[in-house]
Design a protein around this ligand. Structure first.
Ligand code: FCA
Length: 328
């Protein structure tokens, strides 16, 4: 009898394990990003894929560059029987529409990187979000630039700063504001900071915006640049090269640390792209995907707001910094 009971118990455990596995296999989670060609988002997807493999759920990756594509991506996920999705939207003002669409399709919703806003511009707090500590990371950018200005012995009063801006995105505003705060605290004159509004958040748009500033102030010899990400700063660096500014006269510090920055650091000679504050695609990809999985599978709601940190890296330190962040 005892033997029979024991074997029943064994079967019970095996069936339990099978049910859990079958359950994970039924789970489908979407990961929708605004700029699938940007290395940062490719890295997010890469780490989300690792979470999917580990837990055994299906990850559906969708690039959605505009509002219409976001809407159809959500309908598509609903039609495929997904239970939830994570999104970095091309426009945070789509917030209320995205929330409504997710609800209509019975999908759990979480945001990453860019937080949805209400019609009045305030964040939609009911949607769990993971973003970066934008002000703090921006401050680290500004400090790195100010330190390097001093190291190169430039006269602060005659240095020009390019603020590559994308003011329709709150996290972008905070990032550049942080940089300005640190620069000013280090004695950088506000009047020397020139706005270069980019039409899109890619390198080409930043190049165009920065070129206008550089042409307007052709008498300035020493330049620095900051923006919302590596692409923004790389655009400013490319613009400086086009107008003939030497790398030693330019200090650009980005935010990101994915391939856009790495490829620049790998060039045989240093460019004006001096450094980047590396943020974690592992946390933003792997952790958000796990959070969503836990929500769907176990009913555990993700934290309402998670803000991740960053770490400054230069040409000769980025390999080490990436390793220490577990993203090598
Ligand atoms: C925004 C930017 C990306 C990346 C992310 C964390 O979405 O557009 O480049 O910096 O925040």
């Amino acid at each position: 009898m005892l033997r029979i009971l024991k074997s029943f118990a064994a079967v019970g455990i095996a069936v339990g394990a099978l049910t859990a596995a079958a359950h994970a296999a039924d789970i489908k989670i979407g990961f929708v990003v605004k700029q699938p060609e940007e290395p940062w988002f490719q890295d997010e997807w890469k780490f989300a894929d690792i979470a999917a493999k580990e837990k055994g759920f299906t990850l559906v990756k969708i690039g959605a560059e505009d509002g219409e594509k976001v809407q159809s991506a959500i309908d598509n996920l609903g039609a495929q029987g997904a239970q939830g999705f994570i999104v970095c939207t091309p426009d945070v003002k789509l917030g209320p529409g995205i929330v409504a669409k997710a609800e209509a399709n019975g999908l759990k919703l979480m945001t990453v990187d860019d937080r949805l806003v209400n019609a009045d511009g305030t964040p939609i707090e009911s949607v769990p979000h993971m973003g970066i500590s934008a002000l703090k990371i921006g401050e680290a950018v500004g400090t790195a630039i100010a330190d390097e200005i001093k190291k190169r012995g430039w006269d602060m009063a005659s240095v020009g700063a390019i603020r590559v801006s994308y003011d329709q995105l709150p996290t972008a505003v905070d990032r550049v504001q942080g940089a300005i705060t640190s620069l000013k605290a280090a004695g950088f004159p506000e009047a020397n900071i020139f706005d270069a509004p980019q039409a899109k958040t890619d390198t080409e748009a930043a190049l165009n915006a920065a070129t206008v500033v550089l042409n307007k102030h052709a008498d300035v010899k020493h330049w620095v640049a900051f923006g919302l990400n590596d692409e923004a700063v790389l655009g400013a660096v490319r613009a400086s090269e086009t107008v003939g500014i030497a790398p030693e006269n330019f200090i650009g510090v980005g935010i990101g640390g994915a391939d856009s920055a790495i490829n620049e650091f790998k060039k045989p000679a240093a460019t004006g792209f001096f450094g980047t504050v590396i943020i974690s695609p592992k946390r933003h990809g792997y952790e958000t995907a796990l959070n969503m999985y836990d929500w769907v599978a176990n009913g555990k709601e993700p934290p309402a707001l998670t803000l991740t940190s960053g770490e400054l890296a230069l040409r000769d330190t980025y390999v080490q910094v990436r390793k220490s962040l577990g993203i090598e």
